[in-house]
Design a protein around this ligand. Structure first.
Ligand code: MG
Length: 170
């Protein structure tokens, strides 16, 4: 087994009135929110896909089908925790997560530290292993018009040392 592997994930959701804006497990006050079968959190979904991709465990659609009523309006932090458990079960531990959120408004800077903490807690890793960056789309396209929010995530996993597997599971 190789020592380490990398995975990437991407997700995009529509922004619509009457839904909560949940990003990286944090509810952010805003008149519009994310449309989705779950809570729609594109940050959590991108990280889940990056985790599953790194361990070659498929993708979020296969792991958590949006046709399954069990996942209706579910807190996507639970999907994050479940994906990290699946990765740990294969003998991997998460070394770091790097996230870029594309969103025209609101500004995420006041919330990124909370998003880091929520993602780290769901994954059972230290906050120093998680990075959340945010940027606008310079007014371009559906993201620039405030109709959507997208997220890219990269995850590095490494072979878990036997003494640390329990830590990673939290
Ligand atoms: Mg999604």
């Amino acid at each position: 087994m190789p020592d380490s592997r990398v995975g990437n994930g991407y997700d995009i959701h529509r922004l619509v009135p009457g839904r909560p804006l949940v990003l990286g497990g944090v509810r952010i006050p805003f008149p519009k929110g994310v449309q989705g079968h779950s809570d729609g959190d594109p940050v959590a979904h991108a990280v889940v896909d990056a985790l599953l991709g790194a361990a070659a465990l498929g993708d979020i659609g296969k792991a958590f089908p949006d046709t399954d009523p069990a996942y209706a309006n579910i807190d996507s932090k639970l999907l994050l925790a479940e994906a990290s458990r699946a990765v740990a079960d294969k003998g991997w531990s998460v070394r770091n997560v790097d996230v870029t959120v594309l969103l025209e408004a609101p500004r995420l800077a006041p919330h990124t530290h909370l998003m880091v903490a929520a993602i780290a807690q769901a994954l059972g890793v230290d906050g120093s292993a998680v990075s959340v960056k945010a940027k606008t789309n310079e007014g371009l396209g559906e993201i620039g018009r405030g109709e959507a929010v997208a997220c890219f995530a990269t995850v590095l996993i490494a072979a878990a040392s036997p003494t640390r597997t329990g830590d990673a599971l939290g």
